[in-house]
Design a protein around this ligand. Structure first.
Ligand SMILES: *Cc1c(COP(=O)(O)O)cnc(C)c1O
Length: 359
């Protein structure tokens, strides 16, 4: 029996997709071999990767002025590729620090660029909110934000405005394709696939082609976005199987109504849990109400002992992954795109039952 999977990442995938992958595991669509065993230069694989790239842009409503890439090295390698490619020494890169991942992006950037500037931060209140005002430095190379803060459970509800000559760059690892955004405002969107759109082992980047005009020169080949644009994400062997599964998840998103439908579904899911916070003294949400994430829902119980008991009893009932990140403690339910409504309904019922039994 499959459990209700609230893991933060790698995370739940649609059962329909897993079954499709299983069906084609030994013999992909009559080709007599698995996708894992195929040449990445074959016609069949070409269709898989090109199909996935096209689907990402179609779902996002983006056209030929953007390029979709699949890359190695996770979101974490993007942390360094961004300043390396797009922050020249005479410009200032702007970062909004909204949590652990944003901090990591900034830390990495400081090793690469000469001038890194934190324009706003919510560290003063333990990253429990999204800053609402900031002033970009003059001579900005770009503004970098993290649209969903996986560990703390805050999410940007707006796409921030930037001056026309300042590229907006976003780590969307943990809320990518969970709802429609004004994607055209962004010059570069990236993340690891393993939260919302697939298995681990591949990162995505969606890049506005005109951003390349601002690129630094003389970069190491693998860390140069242009290499991957030029070679269609096939400069070297891509993480072929992971990209294939991402492609199947993208088909699933499109088949089920695209981003509008996902947004509605995800909001309904999140509200099962947020409604409990709002009506209970027992469960306490840990972030500002207006900045609550639809993807990661951290919460506390009245004591750490009760939290331990809650996590253990939930696990015994087939609900796993509810332990908060080790850096913050407490509980966290990650309720990504592919998590079915039933999982959240069962969790909400369990929360109510647990409260009654332990109040
Ligand atoms: C998980 C996560 C990352 C790290 O992704 P990797 O692919 O493991 O490098 C970066 N940013 C955010 C917001 C994340 O949630």
């Amino acid at each position: 029996m499959r459990v209700h999977n609230f893991n933060a990442g790698p995370a739940v995938l649609p059962e329909e997709v897993l079954k499709e992958v299983q069906l084609n595991l030994l013999d992909y669509k009559g080709n007599g071999l698995s996708v894992m065993e195929m040449s990445h230069r074959s016609v069949e694989y070409g269709e898989i990767i090109e199909g996935a790239k096209a689907a990402i842009k179609r779902i996002m409503g983006l056209g030929d002025d953007y390029e979709a890439l699949f890359l190695h090295g996770g979101a974490s390698t993007q942390f360094l590729m961004i300043p390396l490619n797009f922050c020249p020494d005479d410009k200032v890169a702007n970062y909004i620090n909204t949590g652990a991942w944003a901090t990591k992006a900034l830390k990495e950037a400081k090793k690469i660029g000469k001038q890194m500037h934190v324009v706003a931060s919510s560290e003063d209140k333990d990253f429990t909110y999204i800053p609402k005002i900031w002033h970009l430095s003059e001579n900005s190379a770009y503004l970098h934000i993290t649209t969903n803060n996986t560990i703390r459970g805050t999410e940007w509800k707006i796409d921030p405005d930037v001056p026309a000559d300042v590229p907006l760059i976003a780590d969307m690892s943990s809320n990518f394709l969970s709802r429609p955004l004004n994607f055209k405002k962004y010059s570069l969107i990236y993340g690891g696939a393993q939260k919302n759109i697939g298995p681990a082992g591949v990162a995505f980047a969606v890049i506005r082609k005109s951003l390349m005009e601002k690129q630094n020169s003389g970069l190491p080949t693998m860390l140069d976005y242009n290499t991957h644009i030029d070679k269609g994400s096939m400069f070297n062997t891509p993480p072929a199987f992971s990209i294939y599964v991402v492609g199947e998840v993208l088909k699933w998103i499109e088949k089920n109504g695209g981003l509008e439908a996902r947004a509605k579904y995800n909001e309904e899911k999140a509200n099962y849990i947020y409604n409990i916070f709002d009506s209970s003294e027992f469960y306490r949400g840990t972030v500002e109400v207006e900045d609550r994430s639809y993807m990661n829902v951290p919460f506390r119980l009245p004591s750490e002992d009760l939290e331990k008991k809650f996590i253990a009893e939930a696990k015994a009932k087939g609900m796993i992954g509810l332990k908060g990140h080790r850096s913050v403690g407490g509980c966290r339910a990650s309720i990504y795109n592919s998590l079915p409504m039933k999982a959240v309904q069962d969790l909400a019922q369990f929360m109510l039952d647990f409260e009654k039994a332990n109040k």
